[in-house]
Write a protein that binds this ligand. Structure first.
Ligand SMILES: [Fe+2]
Length: 348
């Protein structure tokens, strides 16, 4: 209750305390702001004409600093309209009846409660919609994952490849004690890294014997095709998308499709590259038999710092010490997790 006239203030305070409200009193706008600073209140009833700081200035200050405050002006009708335009919830015209004040206070508090509830409801609704959209994206990714498994299953040369690559990648990631969020991204990217092979001709994929330059370039389009397919679904997971696009890059910059070099290749990608290469080497291909685990391990070691990240290679070797038991037979596919993005960030 803000009024420079103590007697008037007392009348209103007594009235509202009689209704069960707790009231604080301020004799000026400055005092009111000081009190709000220590303990904001839901409703401010203020006189308009006061020395030092008038009611309109006080109203502006309060709404700027505590926008959820309901302000009721006690004013002549003419100035009351200006107060409403400035954002006051209501006004009590002078001279006032106590009954009217009581009714207006109730109304103002009700109105404020409705505004707050409405805002909360809207916020919850927005969150819910975001959650649903997120889930739909996850489901779409799971469908694509099923499609990848189906395509690999059809092809004796690639059967179980994605799941094994995901397993090896996870082994490396855990060995390096990466954050769970990064581990999830790696699992997601590794499971889907070769999805772009959908866009590669089967005749080329299954060709026995050496590929021509054109055929090799055609196969090497699959990271770009894959990234294009997944881009709309992986807006929340740029790290996983990078795995799909860049898993054939090499540290020395001689890889595909962008010729990225060294640190320009995200670390998550380098992890999957090691896993992918190991599995490719130890699998039969139409144009060559499988390399032995020893040979493949040797290759990883020899190409450290050239093609492969030494940290990722070391972690792979440490994570799978019993390499004689590799390749790991494919277990059940894991559910995929997209990282949740906060609501605010997704509004852009
Ligand atoms: Fe690939």
């Amino acid at each position: 209750m803000v009024d420079d006239e103590p007697r008037l203030r007392r009348v209103l305070v007594r009235l509202l305390e009689g209704e069960g409200f707790t009231c604080s009193e301020a004799g000026s706008g400055t005092e009111a702001l000081e009190m709000m600073h220590h303990e904001p209140v839901p409703l401010v009833i203020s006189d308009l004409r006061m020395p030092q700081m008038d009611g309109v200035t006080l109203l502006r200050e309060i709404l700027a600093r505590w926008p959820d405050t309901a302000v009721t002006a006690v004013a002549e009708v003419e100035s009351a309209v200006a107060c409403l335009q400035l954002g006051a919830l209501d006004y009590v015209a002078k001279p006032f009846h106590l009954d009217e004040v009581r009714a207006r206070v109730m109304q103002a508090l009700d109105k404020r409660r409705l505004i707050l509830e409405n805002r909360m409801y809207q916020h919850q609704l927005e969150e819910r919609v975001q959650e649903q959209a997120h889930r739909i994206e996850e489901l779409s990714l799971e469908r694509l994952q099923a499609l990848v498994h189906f395509l690999e299953e059809k092809d004796p040369y690639t059967r179980g490849h994605s799941v094994r690559v995901a397993n090896y990648s996870l082994g490396i990631a855990r060995q390096l004690q990466l954050d769970q969020e990064v581990i999830d991204l790696i699992a997601l990217g590794a499971e889907l890294h070769d999805i772009g092979k959908i866009g590669v001709s089967e005749a080329v994929l299954h060709k026995a014997g050496k590929l021509s330059d054109t055929e090799y370039r055609h196969i090497m389009e699959h990271p770009v095709i894959g990234a294009r397919i997944l881009e709309p679904l992986m807006r929340d997971a740029p790290g996983a998308l990078a795995i799909v696009r860049s898993h054939h890059e090499r540290l020395d910059g001689k890889g595909f499709p962008d010729g990225l070099r060294g640190d320009a290749i995200p670390f998550e990608v380098r992890v999957v590259t090691v896993a992918d290469s190991f599995d490719a080497m130890t699998s039969v291909r139409p144009y060559r038999p499988a390399l032995s685990v020893q040979r493949a391990t040797q290759e990883l070691e020899d190409m450290q710092g050239v093609q492969f990240d030494p940290r990722a290679v070391a972690a792979f070797l440490a994570a799978f010490p019993d390499r004689a038991a590799l390749p790991v037979t494919a277990p059940e596919a894991r559910p995929l997790h997209l990282p949740a993005r906060p609501v605010e960030a997704r509004r852009t």
